[in-house]
Ligand binder design. Sequence first.
Ligand SMILES: [Zn+2]
Ligand SMILES: [Zn+2]
Ligand SMILES: [Zn+2]
Length: 145
Amino acid sequence: MEKLIDQAKSKLRANHLRWTKQREMMLRLVSEDPEHYQDITVVDNALRDAYPGLSHDTIYRNLKEFERLELVELRQHNDQMQVKYRCDSAHHHHFICEICGRVQEIKMPPLDMAYYEQQLPGAKITGHTFELRGICAECRAKHLK
Ligand SMILES: [Zn+2]
Ligand SMILES: [Zn+2]
Ligand SMILES: [Zn+2]
């Protein structure tokens, strides 16, 4: 975990962002469990308990900034924004266990955007989401017993 925090610190500095107590706390909360998404309200509540002056907006803006710096991954789930510390691989997607919520990385070859854009004349693709769901090996083993 200290390694993740050190990485985050140097990345912020390299991008001319100040290393503040608030940002550190945010990243610590997120890096506690790099294998699960957390609702951002959990992070939000913890931060605003510790720093009552902080607004939702500031917290959200920081998380978006961390996403841009590839420190965290954000995801929309049942009307909730969720956050997780970013996996190591560059282009990857997730397999998420429907029982325990564990996130496992899946490597993917680069997508051929030109191929998709041919089907959308005049459009420009700016991003994509792809997620696999299922039951992880541990949960399967438990339920088979
Ligand atoms: Zn990931
Ligand atoms: Zn992809
Ligand atoms: Zn599971």
